[in-house]
Write a protein that binds this ligand. Structure first.
Ligand SMILES: [Zn+2]
Length: 300
């Protein structure tokens, strides 16, 4: 079994505090990982608009949004100006790359993408993706090769744009195995390596899972021999901060199971993309998460 780690970095605070902590933890365990950065303004506070949507309050109270994100972060873009993550944290981002980890694009503005991409047109998606891509090049001096959509939100245009903007592969949604996305049987975009495992915020508070035992839920899914490729998505704001002990237990458990977590690029390098199956782009729900997400659809 192969396990790849995808680290979504959503906020300024997560970038400054969670990212360096995760780098240290990963190093201590000899694990590889892919960090996907939010490169523009932190407008997390605007996500509070979602409080008026069904399901959000249940999830917010279950996972304690305030506890994990902090009051200040929840005011960015509402009562406080949102700090520019890429500009003010460029040295931290380059440090991750220099530490031997894969780096890629999560988004320009997390809340804007998450709440907007499904309803807007191609020009809107292109503008957001180009802003993120340009900022990435400013910071790293090379074009980004991997994209992982904020909030697992995508549109048909966004899939197509990934190929046009030169991405090598993406991990935009949820699924079971690597595939080429397609629309009505026609290939679109770049190969997808979807997130296969549940995230901590989806598990906590359900089925008796607590920070003390939730690692067992994931270790159960990765036990036993198989040829599966699992992608686990973690968050700098969670596993890099208050839930860091959970991530430590998870890494120790994977080591006991004989798994060495890798960056997604190392997994992709071992796949022959020409032979990957074609699956329709889809959307669906995931237990423990509100709303509809990008998912791997039916085989084309
Ligand atoms: Zn995110």
């Amino acid at each position: 079994m192969t396990i790849a780690l995808k680290i979504d970095v959503d906020t300024w605070r997560g970038t400054r505090e969670g990212v360096p902590a995760l780098v240290e933890t990963l190093r201590a365990h000899g694990a590889g990982a892919t960090f996907l950065f939010s490169l523009g303004p932190d407008h997390t506070g605007r996500a509070l608009r979602r409080a008026f949507r069904p399901g959000f309050l249940a999830k917010a109270s279950r996972t304690s949004v305030l506890e994990h994100y902090g009051l200040r972060t929840l005011l960015y873009g509402v009562l406080l100006p949102g700090p520019d993550i890429g500009r003010s944290c460029a040295a931290i981002l380059r440090g991750v790359r220099d530490g031997g980890f894969e780096v890629g694009v999560h988004c320009w503005d997390h809340v804007r993408w998450q709440d907007g991409v499904a309803q807007h047109d191609r020009a809107w998606a292109a503008a957001e993706m180009n802003k993120a891509r340009r900022r990435f090049i400013e910071i790293f001096d090379h074009a980004p090769l991997v994209h992982g959509a904020a909030g697992w939100q995508m549109s048909a245009d966004a899939y197509a744009l990934e190929a046009e903007l030169g991405f090598w592969y993406a991990s935009d949604g949820r699924g079971t195995h690597a595939y080429w996305p397609s629309i009505d049987g026609r290939r679109v975009g770049v190969p997808q390596l979807p997130t296969t495992l549940p995230t901590l915020d989806e598990l906590l508070g359900r089925d008796g899972w607590t920070p003390d035992n939730v690692h067992h839920a994931l270790l159960r899914a990765t036990a036993g021999p198989s040829r599966d490729i699992h992608v686990y998505t973690l968050h700098a704001e969670l596993e890099g901060m208050k839930l860091r002990p959970v991530f430590e237990r998870l890494l120790a458990g994977w080591r006991e199971q004989g798994h060495a977590p890798q960056a997604m690029c190392d997994v992709m390098a071992g796949l022959d993309s020409a032979t990957l199956p074609l699956h329709e782009i889809g959307s669906g729900t995931v237990p423990g998460r509100s709303g509809v997400l990008a998912v791997q659809g039916q085989p084309a």
